[in-house]
Write a protein that binds this ligand. Structure first.
Ligand code: CA
Length: 364
């Protein structure tokens, strides 16, 4: 209900009020704008990379088709126009109208943004959607980005990720000490406190860093994307579960001034297309992971391993400390986490007796 209200708020501000009174006001030709818009979008991903990278090309294609070419969007992959981690700034200052990345890359600049991608032991895909679309999360996200002249839209989710690729075994808490690992966001901070050295690298640099021994381990996404990078050729042990990212949401960010120039029907189309892509990416991952995992588990050089329970318990304990400290030092994070955590706590029973219980039953 809240979301309807909020979307209505954006549309009403742009003058859609008449269209909501009766269907006739929205009939074809009723003051339809013929103005065309040519936008550019920058991303944090390699060009047309499966899942997260292809998402914004699919978004652009759907918007162009749905608007009969009135809004076209030229996509630039990471490094083609701006570096992978400068998407937020480029869209904020209006260099381009749109961006596609993950909000936890803004850690350091805007720590509270991390809750809208994923936090360790946080929300899974279905829970993120529930919280964002119906639980007040999206309103908080838009409020957070408002001073940056940006409007965020959920636009893709990878589902529960993998713990990552390791060139050494993780049998105990001590094995985390001295571990140099590519792991962004709050998960990286958790590893640091566990005695490791977290590194943030864009996707394109992961394989070489792992293969040359510059890092001992990396998390990336999951079987579908990890296979696409060939990470199984650079490390032996493939650990699960991805405690650090249980259901990361990707973001489409739009410059507010550019958004304001769009007529209401194009704004509505963009919003719908983002929600469609949010679902589409999740479907692509579900399908892709199934096939990629079968391929990886058939590879004799790959050892699939579950993190020991004591390691996961320890990481969860540190995660709570890290988040408590963040919340104590940053009022913006505190406000968002209050909503996020209230939803997570309430959601636990429902998830346990539905998805959790069902999957456990199906295994037996
Ligand atoms: Ca990841």
């Amino acid at each position: 209900m809240k979301r309807r209200h909020f979307v209505g708020g954006i549309a009403a501000a742009a003058g859609l009020a008449a269209c909501s009174k009766s269907a006739e006001d929205c009939a074809p030709g009723a003051a339809a704008s013929t103005e065309t818009f040519e936008w550019s979008a920058v991303t944090s991903w390699p060009p047309r990379y499966p899942g997260l990278g292809i998402a914004v090309y699919n978004l652009a294609d759907r918007i162009a088709a749905a608007t009969n070419g009135r809004l076209t969007i030229k996509v630039y992959a990471a490094g083609e126009l701006v570096p992978a981690f400068e998407v937020f700034d480029a869209v904020s200052r209006g260099t381009v109208e749109m961006g596609h990345d993950a909000s936890y890359y803004h850690k350091g600049k805007l720590d509270a943004a991390q809750f809208f991608t994923a936090i360790p032991f946080g929300l899974n895909n279905a829970e993120m959607d529930g919280w964002l679309y119906y639980g007040g999360g999206l309103e908080l996200w838009r409020e957070l980005y408002e001073p940056y002249n940006l409007i965020p839209f959920p636009c893709g989710n990878t589902g529960v990720q993998m713990g990552g690729w390791f060139n050494k075994e993780i049998n105990s808490i001590d094995d985390l000490k001295g571990l140099k690992m590519r792991i962004p966001g709050l998960g990286g901070e958790v590893l640091r406190r566990a005695g490791g050295t977290p590194v943030t690298l864009p996707g394109s640099e992961i394989f070489t860093s792992l293969q040359t021994g510059a890092i001992d381990a990396t998390e990336w996404v999951g079987p579908y994307n990890d296979l696409a990078f060939g990470l199984q050729k650079a490390a032996k042990y493939y650990y699960y579960p991805g405690w650090q990212e249980p259901g990361p949401t990707l973001e489409c960010i739009i410059n507010k001034d550019a958004w304001a120039t769009l007529p209401p029907d194009l704004q509505a189309t963009v919003e719908l297309a983002c929600q469609a892509i949010n679902d589409d990416v999740a479907a692509e991952y579900t399908h892709g992971n199934v096939n990629a995992l079968a391929e990886l588990t058939a590879d004799p050089d790959v050892e699939l391993r579950q993190f020991p329970a004591e390691v996961l318990d320890y990481l969860q304990q540190i995660s709570t400390e890290v988040i408590d400290e963040l919340v104590a030092s940053d009022p913006k994070s505190a406000k968002i986490y209050e909503s996020f955590n209230a939803f997570r706590e309430k959601s636990k029973l429902n998830q346990r007796i539905t998805e959790g219980a069902f999957l456990e039953t199906r295994e037996t």
